[in-house]
Ligand binder design. Structure first.
Ligand code: NCD
Length: 333
């Protein structure tokens, strides 16, 4: 049988056991990378591999996070970020463009405006003689599986001494209908017993019915509200998101909402539990006041750092080097 590559396409492919294992591995990678010898070891693991970063939607963090994760493992990177510089401008289909990458590179990491494009490419490559792994780094308004992994990792680290993620109350705030980070994380939280989710948004931007139906099916509790201030004291984590208005033109809408009502201001810190946390996938606009950054409960800059380690762990796992890293950890730390 032809060998299939391991892809990372959507969060439905992850189970609870996988989440525990990848977070453990990321913790160990973090430890190993504290020394020069550890960094040199990590950089030797996949230094015979090359990756293509195909990012045709804007990105700072995710692109650089993957770039640094590859560098940590010794993987050499190339990038296409502007389709105008590729043969697509000569009329080539995007499918042919990406298939070309698979002939030069060992891994394709891609961000694309079309919801199912990464999945389509993964299926297409599986039927070729050179099926390299595909990682979805954001697919339109649909999913952002690696962001959900780093969010789970951040929640797990934050609740390490409070019994873990199980049983926690987590609020999502902002443009939940078009925010792929909130959608992916909500789906992934169904893997944890007894969590309760709050979706806090104006009705125009409430969480999509497809996600709510999945939560119903998984028997994960949730509440829909537009009352931001009432919800703050009730929850253990607040996941803020920005208005995704880059989609307005395509959708032909323009909704006039008072964003201020869905923003975390300095005064809200007094309402938040002493051990509650504030998260944000970033980039932010006004959803979180800059004065909040210095509060120890602001977890969004830690989230960025966690993203790099979880992506190292993910890529190492895709190339089946996870066991090797765990062995090194046991022998050297
Ligand atoms: C997000 C994205 O691109 O979906 N950013 C990220 O990857 N951290 C969030 C956003 O753009 O609002």
């Amino acid at each position: 049988m032809k060998k299939k590559a391991l892809h990372c396409i959507d969060v439905q492919q992850f189970n609870h056991n996988f989440l525990e294992e990848i977070c453990d591995l990321a913790d160990k990678i973090r430890e190993i990378s504290r020394t020069k010898a550890g960094m040199e070891y990590l950089a030797s693991i996949l230094n015979h591999k090359r990756a293509m970063l195909y990012f045709v939607q804007p990105s700072t963090r995710t692109f650089l996070s993957f770039y640094s994760a590859c560098q940590m493992l010794g993987i050499k990177c190339a990038e296409v970020r502007d389709p105008k510089t590729s043969s697509e401008i000569k009329g080539e289909s995007e499918e042919d463009t990406v298939r070309t990458f698979s002939l030069y590179f060992d891994l394709i990491i891609m961000r694309h405006p079309r919801a199912n494009f990464a999945e389509k490419i993964a299926n297409l490559l599986n039927d070729t003689d050179h099926p390299v792994p595909v990682i979805n780094a954001g697919s339109g308004k649909d999913q952002h599986p690696t962001q959900a992994l780093l969010d789970i990792y951040t929640l797990r680290r934050s609740f390490l001494h409070r019994g873990g993620i199980a049983g926690k109350q987590i609020a999502f705030v902002g443009d939940l209908r078009r925010g792929r980070t909130a959608r992916s994380l909500a789906l992934l939280l169904t893997q944890f017993q007894g969590v309760k989710l709050y979706f806090v948004a104006p009705s125009e931007y409430q969480m999509g019915q497809d996600i709510l139906s999945f939560l119903d099916h998984q028997k994960t509790a949730y509440e829909i509200t537009d009352d931001f201030e009432r919800m703050i004291p009730a929850v253990d984590a607040i996941y803020m998101t920005r208005l995704q208005d880059e989609w307005d033109r395509e959708e032909g809408i323009s909704v006039d909402i008072d964003i201020e009502r869905f923003s975390f201001q300095k005064r809200h810190l007094d309402l938040l539990k002493a051990d509650g946390i504030i998260m944000h996938p970033l980039p932010r606009r006004q959803e979180i006041a800059v004065e909040v950054d210095s509060d120890p409960r602001a977890a969004y800059w830690r989230q960025v750092r966690n993203g790099m380690y979880i992506r190292v762990a993910l890529i190492a796992g895709i190339f089946q080097r996870d066991k090797k890293i765990l062995d090194y950890y046991l022998a050297n730390t």
